[in-house]
Structure formats: C-alpha cells, structure tokens
Design a protein around this ligand. Structure first.
Ligand SMILES: [Zn+2]
Length: 197
C-alpha cells in the first residue's frame, strides 16, 4: 500500500505567514487532488511551544537563517513560527484535512527541533510514524508539501533509510532555497535512492 505524506501545509509556511515559503499555497489544490488515489493520507504539522530553541529570537545576536551548535548538531535558526494553537500553526484552510488518516505533530519539545516526520533533529528520537506505517503494511511513500529543502527532504531521506520506497512529487513542493539548499537537498535525495519528479 502507498501513503501520501503531506508535510507542513500550514499558514505560517504560506504567503503572509511567519516563515513563508515562496509559492507555498500554490500546492494545496493539487495535493488535495492526489488524496483520493492514496491508500492512506498522513499530514504533518510543525508544532512549537513559545520560546522554542529553533527560534532566532531565543539566541541573542542571532538572526533567522544563521546557525547555532546544539548538542545534537548544527541548527538553522528561524523566525518564531507554528506556535502551538496559533493561527499560523493551523493547516491551510483549503487543505482537505478530512481525508487524513493520521496527523503527526513535530517539534513540540522546546530544546530540539524536528524537520523530519520520522525523527527529531538528533536523528535518533522517533516520532512514531515509521511504526504506524509499518503496522498498516505501508511500504511506499509519496511526499509533498513544505518546505522541499528542509522538512520534505529530511523526511524523505529518513524514510529511505528506514527502507520505505520513497517518491517526492517536486511539483507539489515549494522550497525556502537559502544558500543553494534546494539543489543540495535534491542531490542528497537522489543519492539516497529517492525517486524525484
Ligand atoms: Zn519549525
């Protein structure tokens, strides 16, 4: 069985949001159109407490897109975004959330970020999604959503490492593309055996 994994199609990642990904809302209708043919639909939702450690505002002298060293590795800093319960954390109002079998929230621990739908940014703490998919007999995953070069790519790379067959529908993703990050993500996914297109 194949699952459609819709990454972070939330207000803060769309136009006018706190961490807007260019063209973010353009993908919503085409993602909805893919849902009926999917064996399962999983939505992810970036979901941070106030004062999350990935926010530049928590690191004096740091601006968004600068980095800090955390005990789990290098962390890119972001504007405050997707605060638990806020309007910015809500799904895009046109996304067909009724079709979702499962909504997985990530990044809810203050001291660690989670780009991937499978592991927090230490690459070790699981979100539980792999177990859910395996228990349902799902072996093939199609990823769409925001942002291509961060949460989509990290999720796809983890999924490939976990042994799923992984496809990323690039036309249904949008990238932040800071400093060539989209090309870098693409190269990493290609070498990990992720099917792109
Ligand atoms: Zn976040």
């Amino acid at each position: 069985m194949q699952a459609l994994i819709v990454i972070d199609v939330q207000m803060d990642f769309c136009e006018g949001g706190a961490l807007a990904v260019p063209g973010g809302s353009e993908v919503v209708e085409s993602i909805n159109a893919l849902m009926p043919e999917a064996g399962a639909v999983v939505l992810t939702q970036d979901w941070h407490p106030d004062g999350h450690s990935s926010f530049a505002s928590q690191h004096s002298g740091k601006a968004p897109l600068e980095t800090v060293e955390m005990d789990y590795g290098t962390q890119v800093l972001w504007p405050d975004h997707c605060i638990i319960g806020s309007e910015g954390a809500a799904f895009h109002p046109d996304l067909d959330t009724a079709r979702a079998d499962m909504v997985i929230r990530k990044g809810f621990r203050r001291d660690i970020d989670s780009y991937s739908a499978f592991f927090e940014n230490d690459h070790a703490t699981p979100t539980g999604l792999a177990g859910y998919l395996r228990e349902r007999g799902i072996k093939e995953l199609t990823f769409v959503g925001l942002a291509y070069d961060f949460c989509v790519a990290w999720s796809a790379l983890d999924a490939a490492k976990l042994g799923f067959r992984v496809h990323v529908r690039e036309a249904l993703c949008r990238a932040i593309d800071a400093d060539g990050s989209a090309a870098e993500a693409r190269a990493r996914m290609e070498s990990a055996g992720v099917t792109l297109g």
